[in-house]
Design a protein around this ligand. Structure first.
Ligand code: ARG
Length: 565
């Protein structure tokens, strides 16, 4: 229920609609001190228009306002304070949640318009790292949040499957590689060849020429080059998909960089037609001085394409294919300047939807405070982290709840959920120091803590032996003041869903779920739910509503909510 809206309507009609309802709504506050009511409206914003002192306005308005649904409405100095009728509030909120179930909080702001989400996008022949984890889980959650706001998300895995590094990889494989080794342990072997190449080429620069030659052959469709590249790509994807399966993340398209190989000539032509390309030391660049940015390098002196060349083709392709309301790139903050360049070039090209391009950056994952990188050898392998987490979760469950049915399944949901939640609870832009044990605790700000709150709600409902039908149709007026925080949080969920969407910020949902879990645990510690009195069914409807909203919040994050754990 949006009580701000009700209040704004009331005030606006008391003023004969002289003041816009939306302007009033925007000024309604939640007082810091609950003695000042549940909501408050500062009247001084009307003083100028009404030519009256704020105190007078408050006193006059209070007499005219429709007070239905409120316990009292009082003027205090330049404020009008609204005290909600708690039992009506409880009824309204719980009734809506139980009617709408998991659809509670849905809105249709997106009008089913497409939003493309460029996410995960690891590089072929390299391990999918913790850094790519962030893009994967943030992108997946943003997609869920967009759907809940009525958009139609399209998740695209823009694989790094093209570029001069494939020339190096082919060269290295042909020199030192072996088919059997690659089949047995693809990513590790390919990384080994690549690293070896970089060691040797310092003393043998001719290797670089060879690699360039191979990439040229690849771009020109040489069969041997293509076959090797395809094979590298297949074995890498197989390994990536294992990780995606564990995370429960699916993509709509895997249009990696190679997909745009035959679409770049047109881009170059468009740039030429607009006289945007300039020669600089043999290479072709677009000058971006006007944007205060470094020039964008579009073609190397040997004519080879670059990352940005492929991204230009990508953005234009998405535009034509999906007409997206937004084209999002969930990519680390190291690439902020790069995406500014990309957007600027598209603008210069006169691509109308350049304005719909949003880079959604995020911070680093650190290990012991240090940056991870393949080169330094400081890498945390995502697959291993997920396996370790599930193993640890299993040990915890074994200890806490040895008779639990379906233990393996639950351990999976808890172990994987802990990793996803441990990431998403942070503001997107913050760097995360990764400590597995901390993410798996059942106490504190963790995924398992929220999952456990949900499982506790479900366990109460099981023990109650009251049919869900009687809960849905029964009374929902919880008068216990201890329930008030929970009720207000439940009522707030639809607003949080909108905010998370506007800010592309899954942490809004994660933080909300922590707050709701805490409030529920506090309520539960204070109140015996399963006592046979007049309010039993109402309390159960509260518990059921909590379970519904927690499960839905976790779903938006891409985390499962087991009924028992
Ligand atoms: N493969 C790149 C990397 O690992 C990320 C690609 C992001 N998407 C894009 N359209 N540029 O850094």
């Amino acid at each position: 229920m949006d009580y701000k809206q009700t209040i704004a309507d009331n005030i606006s009609s008391a003023l004969d609609h002289k003041i816009n309802r939306k302007d009033i709504e925007a000024k309604i506050e939640v007082p810091k001190n609950s003695k000042m009511g549940d909501l408050a409206f500062p009247t001084f914003i009307l003083a100028k228009e009404l030519h009256q002192a704020p105190q007078i306005i408050a006193q006059n308005l209070v007499k005219q306002i429709n007070t239905e649904g409120f316990d009292k409405v009082v003027a205090t100095g330049p404020y009008i304070n609204f005290f909600l009728n708690k039992s009506k509030f409880s009824n309204d909120v719980l009734d809506l949640i139980l009617k709408q179930q998991q659809n509670y909080g849905n809105n249709q702001r997106g009008n089913q318009r497409n939003v493309t989400i460029d996410m995960s996008s690891p590089n072929i022949a390299k391990p999918i790292s913790m850094g790519h984890l962030r893009s994967t889980v943030i992108g997946n959650s943003i997609a869920n949040i967009l759907s809940k706001n009525g958009y139609h998300p399209i998740k695209d895995n823009h694989l790094g499957d093209w570029g001069t590094q494939f020339g190096k990889l082919i060269t290295a494989y042909l020199k030192w590689g072996n088919e059997k080794d690659v089949e047995a342990d693809p990513i590790n072997k390919l990384v080994e060849y690549y690293v070896h190449f970089h060691k040797v080429d310092k003393e043998h620069p001719e290797l670089d020429d060879e690699a360039r030659e191979w990439f040229k052959k690849l771009e020109n469709g040489n069969q041997e080059a293509i076959n090797l590249w395809k094979w590298f790509r297949d074995v890498s994807l197989k390994s990536f998909n294992k990780t995606y399966d564990k995370l429960g993340v699916k993509f709509d398209t895997y249009n990696g960089e190679s997909f745009y190989n035959d679409k770049m000539d047109e881009v170059i032509q468009m740039l030429k037609d607009k006289h945007l390309l300039k020669k600089s030391r043999g290479a072709e660049i677009v000058d971006l001085q006007k944007y205060n940015l470094n020039p964008a390098l579009i073609l190397k002196s040997d004519g080879a394409s670059l990352y940005i060349t492929r991204d230009l083709a990508t953005a234009i392709y998405r535009d034509r294919t999906y007409h997206p309301a937004m084209n999002l790139y969930v990519v680390g903050s190291e690439q902020i300047l790069y995406f500014k360049q990309l957007k600027a070039v598209l603008k210069e090209m006169g691509i109308p939807s350049a304005d719909n391009l949003h880079h959604v950056p995020f911070g680093l994952i650190l290990s012991n405070g240090q940056k991870l990188s393949t080169r330094s050898g400081r890498i945390i392998l995502l697959n291993k982290v997920l396996d370790d987490s599930v193993k640890l979760a299993k040990e915890q469950i074994q200890e806490k709840n040895p008779d639990l049915p379906n233990k393996d399944n639950v351990a999976n949901e808890v172990g994987v959920g802990a990793i996803i939640f441990g990431d998403l609870k942070n503001n997107r832009m913050d760097s995360i120091n990764f400590v597995l044990k901390d993410q798996l605790r059942f106490e504190g700000e963790t995924g398992p803590y929220v999952q456990y709150a949900h499982a506790r709600a479900e366990s109460i409902l099981r023990k109650a032996h009251v049919s869900s039908q009687s809960i849905v149709s029964g009374s929902k007026s919880v008068s216990d003041p201890a329930a008030w925080d929970v009720l207000k949080l439940l009522n707030d969920f639809p607003r949080i869903v909108k905010m998370a969407c506007d800010e592309f910020e899954p942490s809004d949902i994660a933080k909300y779920s922590l707050k709701l879990s805490k409030a529920f645990n506090k309520y539960y510690a204070h109140t015996k739910v399963l006592v046979k009195d007049d309010e039993l069914v109402a309390r159960l409807s509260l518990v059921k509503s909590i379970s519904i909203v927690l499960k839905e919040a976790l779903r938006l994050l891409g985390v499962k909510a087991p009924d028992q754990m």
